[in-house]
Design a protein around this ligand. Structure first.
Ligand SMILES: C[S@@+](CC[C@H](N)C(=O)[O-])C[C@H]1O[C@@H](n2cnc3c(N)ncnc32)[C@H](O)[C@@H]1O
Length: 281
Protein backbone atom coordinates (compact mmCIF):
# COMPACT_ATOMS: atom_id res chain seq x y z
CA UNK A 1 0.00 0.00 0.00
CA UNK A 2 1.33 3.46 -0.91
CA UNK A 3 1.97 6.12 1.68
CA UNK A 4 -0.96 8.32 0.59
CA UNK A 5 -3.38 5.40 0.98
CA UNK A 6 -2.06 4.79 4.48
CA UNK A 7 -2.76 8.46 5.31
CA UNK A 8 -6.38 7.95 4.21
CA UNK A 9 -6.69 4.91 6.51
CA UNK A 10 -4.96 6.82 9.33
CA UNK A 11 -7.75 9.43 9.30
CA UNK A 12 -10.39 6.71 9.69
CA UNK A 13 -9.37 6.57 13.35
CA UNK A 14 -7.39 9.82 13.80
CA UNK A 15 -10.30 11.91 12.43
CA UNK A 16 -12.76 10.86 15.14
CA UNK A 17 -10.02 11.10 17.79
CA UNK A 18 -8.93 14.60 16.79
CA UNK A 19 -12.52 15.78 16.57
CA UNK A 20 -13.25 14.39 20.05
CA UNK A 21 -10.16 16.03 21.54
CA UNK A 22 -9.68 19.24 19.49
CA UNK A 23 -13.16 19.90 18.08
CA UNK A 24 -13.30 21.24 14.51
CA UNK A 25 -9.96 23.10 14.05
CA UNK A 26 -6.78 21.07 14.53
CA UNK A 27 -3.85 23.24 13.57
CA UNK A 28 -1.47 25.29 15.71
CA UNK A 29 -2.35 28.87 16.53
CA UNK A 30 -0.65 32.23 16.69
CA UNK A 31 1.84 31.89 19.60
CA UNK A 32 1.31 35.54 20.61
CA UNK A 33 -2.45 34.99 20.81
CA UNK A 34 -1.94 31.87 22.94
CA UNK A 35 0.44 33.81 25.19
CA UNK A 36 -2.33 36.39 25.70
CA UNK A 37 -4.50 33.59 27.10
CA UNK A 38 -6.61 32.80 24.05
CA UNK A 39 -7.72 29.17 23.68
CA UNK A 40 -6.02 26.96 21.04
CA UNK A 41 -9.12 27.33 18.83
CA UNK A 42 -9.10 31.12 19.13
CA UNK A 43 -5.34 31.26 18.52
CA UNK A 44 -5.73 29.00 15.47
CA UNK A 45 -8.39 31.32 14.08
CA UNK A 46 -6.15 34.33 14.72
CA UNK A 47 -3.27 32.74 12.80
CA UNK A 48 -5.56 31.86 9.88
CA UNK A 49 -6.85 35.46 9.85
CA UNK A 50 -3.28 36.72 9.60
CA UNK A 51 -2.50 34.36 6.71
CA UNK A 52 -5.63 34.96 4.64
CA UNK A 53 -4.99 38.66 5.26
CA UNK A 54 -1.53 38.23 3.70
CA UNK A 55 -3.17 36.45 0.77
CA UNK A 56 -5.41 39.50 0.30
CA UNK A 57 -8.59 37.40 0.05
CA UNK A 58 -11.68 39.54 -0.49
CA UNK A 59 -15.44 38.88 -0.54
CA UNK A 60 -16.39 36.93 -3.66
CA UNK A 61 -12.85 35.63 -4.27
CA UNK A 62 -12.31 31.90 -4.80
CA UNK A 63 -9.98 29.87 -2.58
CA UNK A 64 -8.90 26.26 -2.12
CA UNK A 65 -8.02 24.80 1.30
CA UNK A 66 -5.87 21.69 0.89
CA UNK A 67 -6.32 19.24 3.76
CA UNK A 68 -9.49 20.67 5.30
CA UNK A 69 -10.00 18.03 8.01
CA UNK A 70 -13.48 18.34 9.53
CA UNK A 71 -13.82 21.83 8.13
CA UNK A 72 -13.79 24.25 11.08
CA UNK A 73 -10.73 26.12 9.81
CA UNK A 74 -12.00 26.38 6.24
CA UNK A 75 -15.37 27.67 7.40
CA UNK A 76 -13.73 30.25 9.62
CA UNK A 77 -11.57 31.54 6.72
CA UNK A 78 -14.66 31.74 4.51
CA UNK A 79 -16.64 33.59 7.18
CA UNK A 80 -13.75 35.97 7.93
CA UNK A 81 -13.01 36.88 4.29
CA UNK A 82 -16.36 36.52 2.52
CA UNK A 83 -14.58 34.33 -0.07
CA UNK A 84 -15.87 31.07 -1.54
CA UNK A 85 -13.83 28.03 -0.46
CA UNK A 86 -13.36 24.47 -1.68
CA UNK A 87 -11.89 22.22 1.03
CA UNK A 88 -10.09 19.04 -0.02
CA UNK A 89 -9.34 15.85 1.87
CA UNK A 90 -8.55 12.30 0.83
CA UNK A 91 -10.88 10.81 3.45
CA UNK A 92 -14.64 10.82 2.91
CA UNK A 93 -15.49 10.65 6.63
CA UNK A 94 -13.67 13.95 7.13
CA UNK A 95 -15.43 15.52 4.15
CA UNK A 96 -18.84 14.36 5.40
CA UNK A 97 -18.28 15.88 8.83
CA UNK A 98 -17.13 19.11 7.18
CA UNK A 99 -20.21 19.25 4.92
CA UNK A 100 -22.45 18.79 7.93
CA UNK A 101 -20.70 21.65 9.72
CA UNK A 102 -21.12 23.87 6.64
CA UNK A 103 -24.86 23.09 6.64
CA UNK A 104 -25.16 23.80 10.38
CA UNK A 105 -23.48 27.17 9.91
CA UNK A 106 -25.60 28.07 6.89
CA UNK A 107 -22.51 28.26 4.65
CA UNK A 108 -22.98 25.26 2.36
CA UNK A 109 -23.67 27.54 -0.63
CA UNK A 110 -20.23 29.15 -0.29
CA UNK A 111 -18.03 26.38 1.13
CA UNK A 112 -17.86 22.90 -0.37
CA UNK A 113 -15.83 19.93 0.76
CA UNK A 114 -14.58 17.36 -1.74
CA UNK A 115 -12.78 14.06 -1.28
CA UNK A 116 -10.08 13.65 -3.91
CA UNK A 117 -8.00 10.64 -4.90
CA UNK A 118 -4.94 9.99 -2.76
CA UNK A 119 -2.49 11.12 -5.44
CA UNK A 120 -4.56 13.84 -7.09
CA UNK A 121 -2.48 16.48 -5.29
CA UNK A 122 0.41 15.77 -7.66
CA UNK A 123 -1.46 17.49 -10.53
CA UNK A 124 -4.80 18.82 -9.18
CA UNK A 125 -5.88 18.18 -12.78
CA UNK A 126 -9.59 18.64 -11.95
CA UNK A 127 -9.07 22.42 -12.02
CA UNK A 128 -8.02 24.55 -14.98
CA UNK A 129 -5.09 26.95 -14.80
CA UNK A 130 -5.62 30.13 -12.75
CA UNK A 131 -8.79 28.91 -10.98
CA UNK A 132 -8.12 30.43 -7.54
CA UNK A 133 -7.24 33.73 -5.90
CA UNK A 134 -5.62 31.94 -2.96
CA UNK A 135 -4.74 28.43 -1.80
CA UNK A 136 -4.27 27.53 1.86
CA UNK A 137 -2.81 24.56 3.74
CA UNK A 138 -2.77 23.95 7.47
CA UNK A 139 -0.66 21.01 8.63
CA UNK A 140 -1.52 18.82 5.65
CA UNK A 141 1.51 19.03 3.34
CA UNK A 142 3.62 17.16 5.93
CA UNK A 143 1.65 14.03 4.94
CA UNK A 144 2.70 14.25 1.29
CA UNK A 145 5.70 12.29 -0.04
CA UNK A 146 5.84 14.44 -3.19
CA UNK A 147 5.56 17.93 -1.70
CA UNK A 148 7.30 19.54 -4.69
CA UNK A 149 4.52 18.22 -6.96
CA UNK A 150 1.90 19.81 -4.68
CA UNK A 151 3.64 23.18 -4.81
CA UNK A 152 3.90 23.00 -8.60
CA UNK A 153 0.24 22.06 -9.07
CA UNK A 154 -0.97 24.83 -6.73
CA UNK A 155 1.18 27.34 -8.63
CA UNK A 156 -0.62 26.38 -11.83
CA UNK A 157 -4.03 26.77 -10.18
CA UNK A 158 -3.40 30.27 -8.81
CA UNK A 159 -4.21 33.41 -10.73
CA UNK A 160 -1.14 35.60 -11.28
CA UNK A 161 -0.76 37.72 -8.14
CA UNK A 162 -2.56 35.04 -6.09
CA UNK A 163 -0.96 33.53 -3.00
CA UNK A 164 -0.39 30.18 -1.38
CA UNK A 165 -0.41 30.55 2.43
CA UNK A 166 -0.23 28.00 5.19
CA UNK A 167 1.55 26.38 8.08
CA UNK A 168 3.21 23.04 8.51
CA UNK A 169 5.00 20.75 10.91
CA UNK A 170 8.78 21.04 10.46
CA UNK A 171 12.01 19.72 11.91
CA UNK A 172 15.15 21.65 12.81
CA UNK A 173 18.44 21.20 14.67
CA UNK A 174 18.08 22.35 18.28
CA UNK A 175 20.36 22.44 21.35
CA UNK A 176 22.25 19.17 21.70
CA UNK A 177 20.39 17.62 18.75
CA UNK A 178 22.25 18.78 15.66
CA UNK A 179 23.03 15.81 13.41
CA UNK A 180 20.46 14.12 11.13
CA UNK A 181 20.67 11.01 13.36
CA UNK A 182 20.10 12.99 16.57
CA UNK A 183 17.10 14.75 15.02
CA UNK A 184 15.71 11.53 13.50
CA UNK A 185 15.80 9.89 16.93
CA UNK A 186 12.86 12.18 17.83
CA UNK A 187 11.22 12.75 14.45
CA UNK A 188 11.08 9.15 13.16
CA UNK A 189 8.52 8.15 15.83
CA UNK A 190 6.48 11.28 14.98
CA UNK A 191 6.50 10.43 11.26
CA UNK A 192 5.53 6.86 12.07
CA UNK A 193 2.67 7.56 14.50
CA UNK A 194 1.17 10.48 12.53
CA UNK A 195 1.67 8.86 9.12
CA UNK A 196 3.84 11.70 7.84
CA UNK A 197 5.97 11.31 4.72
CA UNK A 198 8.90 13.04 6.44
CA UNK A 199 9.16 16.36 8.22
CA UNK A 200 10.78 19.04 6.06
CA UNK A 201 12.77 22.10 7.14
CA UNK A 202 11.91 25.78 6.76
CA UNK A 203 14.60 26.17 4.10
CA UNK A 204 13.56 23.05 2.18
CA UNK A 205 10.00 24.42 1.93
CA UNK A 206 11.31 27.80 0.80
CA UNK A 207 13.45 26.12 -1.88
CA UNK A 208 10.55 23.93 -3.11
CA UNK A 209 8.28 26.99 -3.35
CA UNK A 210 10.89 28.94 -5.31
CA UNK A 211 11.53 25.98 -7.63
CA UNK A 212 7.77 25.85 -8.33
CA UNK A 213 7.89 29.49 -9.48
CA UNK A 214 6.70 31.30 -6.35
CA UNK A 215 8.12 34.44 -4.79
CA UNK A 216 8.29 33.59 -1.09
CA UNK A 217 7.15 36.51 1.07
CA UNK A 218 6.97 34.68 4.40
CA UNK A 219 8.91 31.67 5.72
CA UNK A 220 8.80 31.97 9.48
CA UNK A 221 9.59 29.54 12.27
CA UNK A 222 6.72 30.32 14.67
CA UNK A 223 8.83 29.21 17.66
CA UNK A 224 12.32 30.56 16.94
CA UNK A 225 14.92 29.53 19.52
CA UNK A 226 12.38 27.95 21.89
CA UNK A 227 10.74 24.54 22.06
CA UNK A 228 7.37 24.48 20.29
CA UNK A 229 4.72 23.89 22.94
CA UNK A 230 1.90 25.50 20.96
CA UNK A 231 -1.54 23.87 20.89
CA UNK A 232 -0.78 21.72 23.96
CA UNK A 233 -2.89 22.96 26.89
CA UNK A 234 -2.05 20.83 29.93
CA UNK A 235 -5.74 20.05 30.52
CA UNK A 236 -5.79 18.23 27.15
CA UNK A 237 -2.92 15.89 28.08
CA UNK A 238 -5.12 13.27 29.80
CA UNK A 239 -7.55 13.36 26.89
CA UNK A 240 -4.72 12.30 24.54
CA UNK A 241 -3.02 9.85 26.86
CA UNK A 242 -6.30 8.30 27.98
CA UNK A 243 -7.94 8.20 24.55
CA UNK A 244 -9.48 4.73 24.22
CA UNK A 245 -11.53 5.02 21.03
CA UNK A 246 -10.55 3.12 17.86
CA UNK A 247 -6.80 3.43 17.28
CA UNK A 248 -6.35 4.52 20.88
CA UNK A 249 -2.86 3.03 21.23
CA UNK A 250 -1.64 4.84 18.11
CA UNK A 251 -3.15 8.12 19.28
CA UNK A 252 -1.48 7.79 22.68
CA UNK A 253 1.86 6.80 21.11
CA UNK A 254 1.60 9.80 18.78
CA UNK A 255 1.10 12.19 21.67
CA UNK A 256 4.14 10.77 23.44
CA UNK A 257 6.33 10.92 20.32
CA UNK A 258 5.26 14.46 19.50
CA UNK A 259 5.78 15.75 23.02
CA UNK A 260 9.27 14.17 23.09
CA UNK A 261 10.13 15.97 19.82
CA UNK A 262 8.64 19.21 21.16
CA UNK A 263 10.65 18.86 24.36
CA UNK A 264 13.89 18.21 22.43
CA UNK A 265 13.18 21.37 20.40
CA UNK A 266 13.63 19.59 17.06
CA UNK A 267 9.93 19.92 16.18
CA UNK A 268 8.48 23.25 15.16
CA UNK A 269 5.80 24.83 13.02
CA UNK A 270 6.50 27.13 10.09
CA UNK A 271 4.26 29.73 8.45
CA UNK A 272 4.53 30.45 4.72
CA UNK A 273 3.22 32.88 2.17
CA UNK A 274 4.22 32.64 -1.47
CA UNK A 275 2.93 34.62 -4.44
CA UNK A 276 2.56 33.54 -8.04
CA UNK A 277 4.10 36.55 -9.70
CA UNK A 278 2.04 38.47 -12.23
CA UNK A 279 3.77 38.75 -15.62
CA UNK A 280 5.50 42.07 -16.27
CA UNK A 281 3.24 44.44 -18.24
C1 LIG B 1 -4.01 17.32 10.28
S1 LIG B 1 -5.29 17.35 9.10
C2 LIG B 1 -5.47 19.10 8.96
C3 LIG B 1 -6.90 19.53 9.04
C4 LIG B 1 -7.21 21.01 8.96
N1 LIG B 1 -6.34 21.76 8.07
C5 LIG B 1 -7.16 21.63 10.34
O1 LIG B 1 -6.17 22.27 10.66
O2 LIG B 1 -8.13 21.46 11.09
C6 LIG B 1 -4.53 16.88 7.56
C7 LIG B 1 -5.44 16.92 6.35
O3 LIG B 1 -4.65 16.62 5.18
C8 LIG B 1 -5.40 15.80 4.32
N2 LIG B 1 -4.52 15.05 3.43
C9 LIG B 1 -3.43 14.33 3.74
N3 LIG B 1 -2.94 13.70 2.63
C10 LIG B 1 -3.75 14.06 1.60
C11 LIG B 1 -3.78 13.73 0.21
N4 LIG B 1 -2.89 12.91 -0.34
N5 LIG B 1 -4.75 14.29 -0.55
C12 LIG B 1 -5.68 15.10 0.00
N6 LIG B 1 -5.71 15.43 1.31
C13 LIG B 1 -4.75 14.92 2.10
C14 LIG B 1 -6.17 14.89 5.26
O4 LIG B 1 -7.26 14.30 4.59
C15 LIG B 1 -6.57 15.90 6.34
O5 LIG B 1 -7.76 16.55 5.94
Amino acid sequence: MGHEQRVRDFYDYAGPAYEAIMDDIWHHGDPAAEARGLSPQQAARALAERLVGLAGLRPGDRALDFGSGVGGGTLHMAAFTGATFVGLTNNEWLSQRARRLAEERGMADRVQFLTVGDEDYTTLAAWPDMSFDAITFYESVCHLPRKERFFRSTHRLLKPGGALVGIDWLQRPFGAHQTPEEIAHFTDPVNETFCLAALGTLHAYEAMLEDAGYVVTLAEDLFPGIPCWGNTPSEDRPKWLGYDGPGGEQIQAGKQALDAARGAGVFTVGAFAAVRPAPAP
